[in-house]
Design a protein around this ligand. Structure first.
Ligand code: FAD
Ligand code: UDP
Length: 385
């Protein structure tokens, strides 16, 4: 008899498995219908021996010390600050838009202060800022919006930015200085030996059984368990009773080139050309040295694995109906990007899973989390080697 059946071996499922097993002494079984652990963060060595991310580039960044320290129990880190160039008007320019982006695009020599005035002269007053179009147009004006955001967003989501919540393009800041990093979080790093290794260490506990190539529906009736933690798509759990929740998908086209370097940056975005949105060259991310190089092209599409919840009011409304069903389903806990229909990064999923774990422990009183389950004080940064 297992205490928990955990559906999905991504960050949500694996963090809960690790905490419940190592922190609360529970017996858990983790099932995933894919042939591997790590969910969308899965990485592996391709035929040429280059470490690649099967489901597109995954860069770790967080402002949460708790999340960073928790994951540090399972991996050492490679310091890494992500940088992206966008192909616009025949040039490769820094994105997020910054001082160099504008100066190079228009052949200007503005200072930071002058750039603030440049934006102010072009920004359109939008009250309230509701959509992904509003966010950018109200900050930098319509021309830069059209060059960097409109078409990329249409491609990525199959929707106009005016049809998407502000939160989507608000993920990308606009800067007046020369900071060309994609993220500005406190912690920015890549797991030194890759994500899959991190997950292997997280799941290597005698109380955790992992079953791959297994849909939970095929085994739920056959194995004994007390409660379920579900991290798959929430509408699928309820047989799409209220209709399908839209998830945007991607087709990944992986290529290896017989040259050491392919492009001048880890990621190049293509807002206005090609059917793909971006090209990622993995060696920049991983620091691997290799005579060949591997890249992935991302082609957005509607059908396929569900990768992105689509943030817009009507989908939030439909999700609320599924959430009501989830709340009324005793013995099943819904968590993760797909099960709570949130456009979450990895660190947010880890934080959400840790919060659920704390709630489960609180509920059962006697099983309050033990801080010594790794023989360490969790407040102390502990980088595994
Ligand atoms: P998942 O990783 O999707 O895991 C859910 C698992 O459940 C899957 O493995 C699935 O097979 C399994 N499952 C579903 N249904 C069933 C079933 N019926 N039976 C058995 N198993 C089932 N985040 C960042 O922080 N930085 C990034 O740079 C970044 N880049 C990204 C790039 C792309 C292209 C994508 C798509 C996402 C990116 N993310 C990034 C987000 C990140 O992937 C997610 O936040 C995180 O992986 C979500 O973890 P999860 O456990 O909720 O879901
Ligand atoms: N975006 C854009 N142009 C860019 C980069 C991002 O229009 O060059 C928009 C697009 O809508 C994208 C969103 O901003 O989906 C969030 O970008 P992010 O890089 O965070 O997307 P993710 O890595 O989650 O795919």
């Amino acid at each position: 008899m297992f205490d928990y059946l955990i559906v999905g071996a991504g960050f949500a499922g694996s963090v809960l498995a690790e905490r419940l097993a190592a922190g609360a002494g529970k017996r858990v079984v983790v099932v995933d219908r894919r042939p591997h652990i790590a969910g969308n963060a899965y990485d592996h060595y391709d035929d040429a021996g280059v470490l690649v991310h099967k489901y597109g580039p995954h860069i770790f960044h967080t402002n949460s010390r708790e999340v960073f320290e928790y994951l540090s129990r399972f991996t050492a880190w490679r310091p890494y600050e992500h940088r992206v160039l966008a192909s616009v008007d025949g040039q490769l320019l820094p994105i997020p838009i910054n001082l160099d982006t504008v100066n190079r695009l228009y052949g200007l020599g503005l200072t930071a202060l002058e750039l603030e005035q440049f934006f102010a002269a072009r920004a359109e007053k939008v009250e309230p800022v509701r959509t992904s179009e509003d966010v950018i147009v109200s900050r930098v004006g319509r021309e830069l919006y059209a060059k960097f955001f409109r078409n990329y967003t249409r491609k990525q989501w199959g929707l106009d930015p005016a049809e998407l919540d502000a939160s989507v393009t608000a993920r990308v800041p606009v800067r007046c200085n020369r900071d060309d990093r994609y993220f500005d979080d406190t912690y920015q790093a890549m797991p030194k030996h890759g994500y899959t290794r991190l997950f292997e260490r997280m799941l290597a506990h005698p109380n955790i059984k992992v079953m791959l190539n297994t849909d939970y529906r095929d085994i739920a009736g056959e194995i004994g368990y007390r409660e379920m933690i579900y991290t798959g798509p929430v509408d699928e759990f309820f047989d799409h009773r209220h209709g399908k929740l839209p998830y945007r998908s991607l087709r990944f086209h992986h290529e290896t080139y017989d040259q050491a370097v392919y492009q001048p940056a880890p990621v190049v975005n293509y807002p206005n050309q090609h059917l793909y949105t971006r090209v990622t060259e993995f060696k920049y991310l991983t620091g691997q040295e290799h005579a060949k190089t591997s890249v992935v092209y991302e082609y957005p599409c509607d059908d396929g694995d569900p990768y992105y919840p689509v943030p817009r009011p009507e989908n939030a409304e439909l999700y609320r109906r599924y959430k009501a069903l989830a709340d009324a389903t005793p013995g099943v806990h819904f968590t993760g990007r797909l099960a709570t229909y949130r456009y979450y990064n990895m660190d947010q999923v880890v934080a959400q899973a840790l919060t659920l774990y704390a709630r489960l422990c609180q509920r059962s009183g006697a099983d309050a989390p033990r801080t010594d389950d790794h023989g360490r004080d969790p407040r102390v940064l502990s980088a595994a080697s």
